[in-house]
Design a protein around this ligand. Structure first.
Ligand SMILES: [Cu+2]
Length: 476
């Protein structure tokens, strides 16, 4: 027979028959910091009856929501699983303890203080219920009590594990848990979770820039071009799905639908001064990536971009002839490309920050004889929750894009957009965004807008004046 030190007083009050066959011992609630949105309840459940008893739920006036959880170790990752029921075999005891079964007590109604007595009603499969008094205790004292039970060797780890898990569950509910919407890619999720995302991005570009300054139409004309772009808009509808195979690996697929429009101006010749608009639209390149969780804060991404987008888009020119559009107006790359990424995010009590590195490496030329240049990007951000559902972020992006390599058989020398050497750029943008998490759901809306603050380009090439992204995601 084991003896339990009696600093935790336990009672139960009951109005039914079940009560005589159940003993609840050591009923304890862990004292949590005031900011915590959840805590855990532990007890020893003794079934003195000759039949099994099935616990199916719990409720209390002190918490909005109570679930039965089981903590499990999956590899080296701690995991909490919601249980619909727990059965206690006849004439046996089951201990609800850290790293095992526990009551997850969520959204306390009021501040909970040490030694406070809290009534929790346990309900059973046969429809009966029973009230039990739980006493709020500090973790140290709980450790003490477990030491007395003779399993001190692991109890600090157990407590840490449960605490970490608790804070992770808490973090997942924060609006700044997900990256700002303009940051490409994502992070690995909890096992078996699916996340669907739709993002709409729009970018407006004006003409033109060379090295670090803006250039005029006459400058472009002076380089021997008879046409210049004036304005370009690019809209992208990005559909993505992420699925976590387990706690380490998440698969991600992304497919964009792209719409581009460019306004051109004839500078010289017969039609000098005439404006003309070309457009292209269609599904772009599909990318499939794997995210590998390096640690709770870091993910590594390896992916492949599959050339599903059209890279020989055509539209009518000023004379009404159907011609291949220049490089910036194409929808797809026509090449299989390697995608590499790494991201880091740290969530602190009051705010969070993170950064993401992305690179696209292109190996082969497409069937038109050219390829887009390699690309490297780094995005960093700081985020601050303004309320439990809304967070504000500020960030900075640095992108480095190489020139087009090779040469399209359809190119002409009339416009700078067809020149392979006018595509490379180093661009630094600052941005601001909001993340909104819908109450009581895993759906989120985000918006982020940015503008360049520094550009050094091989030009003349078009320069963005702003970009905005709006995104909607839902986890299931
Ligand atoms: Cu739990």
């Amino acid at each position: 027979m084991r003896f339990f030190i009696k600093f935790v007083t336990l009672f139960f009050l009951s109005t039914n028959l079940l009560a005589s066959s159940i003993d609840i011992d050591n009923a304890t609630i862990r004292l949590m910091p005031a900011s915590a949105k959840m805590t855990a309840g532990y007890f020893i459940f003794a079934n003195k009856d000759n039949k099994e008893i099935v616990l199916v739920g719990a409720k209390s006036n002190f918490f909005k929501h109570i679930e039965i959880h089981q903590s499990l170790k999956d590899g080296d990752v701690m995991k909490m699983i919601k249980m619909n029921s727990v059965s206690i075999p006849p004439n046996s005891k089951l201990e609800f303890k850290p790293m095992g079964y526990h009551l997850m007590l969520m959204q306390p109604i009021d501040k909970i203080s040490e030694n406070q007595s809290i009534e929790i009603t346990l309900s059973f499969a046969n429809g009966e219920s029973m009230d039990a008094q739980f006493v709020v205790k500090k973790m140290d004292q709980m450790k003490m009590s477990k030491m007395d039970m003779g399993n001190d060797s692991q109890c600090s780890d157990m407590d840490m594990g449960d605490m970490k898990m608790g804070s992770m569950m808490k973090n997942m509910k924060r609006p700044d848990f997900v990256f700002p919407v303009g940051v490409k890619g994502g992070k690995s999720m909890m096992s078996k979770k699916l996340m669907l995302t739709y993002k709409f991005g729009t970018m407006d570009m004006d003409c033109c820039r060379d090295s670090t300054s803006s250039v005029s139409e006459s400058f472009i004309q002076g380089l021997g071009f008879s046409m210049t772009p004036i304005d370009m808009t690019m809209d992208m509808h990005m559909f993505s799905a992420m699925y976590a195979i387990d706690n380490k690996f998440t698969l991600m697929a992304m497919l964009p639908y792209v719409e581009k429009e460019m306004e051109m101006k004839k500078l010289t010749g017969m039609m000098a001064g005439k404006l003309h608009t070309t457009a292209s639209r269609g599904f772009g390149d599909l990318s499939i990536s794997g995210l590998y969780k390096l640690s709770a804060r870091e993910n590594l991404k390896v992916g492949i971009s599959i050339p599903t987008g059209e890279f020989n888009e055509k539209d009518h020119n000023m004379s009404g002839v159907l011609k291949t559009l220049p490089y910036p107006m194409q929808i797809g790359s026509g090449t299989y490309d390697l995608i590499l990424g790494y991201n880091y995010q740290k969530i602190l009590e009051e705010w969070s920050y993170g950064f993401q590195i992305n690179a696209v490496k292109r190996f082969d030329y497409n069937s038109e004889g050219w390829k887009y240049g390699d690309r490297r990007e780094i995005s960093g951000w700081m985020s601050k929750p303004l309320s439990s559902n809304l967070s504000l972020s500020i960030g900075m992006d640095i992108e480095h894009q190489d020139n087009v390599k090779g040469r399209s058989a359809n190119r002409n020398t009339m416009t700078p957009t067809w020149n392979e050497f006018f595509h490379s750029h180093l661009r630094v943008s600052s941005n601001i965004g909001l993340n909104y998490k819908m109450p009581k759901s895993m759906s989120r809306i985000g918006i982020q807008c940015g503008t360049p603050i520094y550009q050094d380009v091989d030009g003349p090439q078009m320069e963005p004046d702003f970009k905005c992204n709006v995104g909607f995601s839902s986890m299931m």
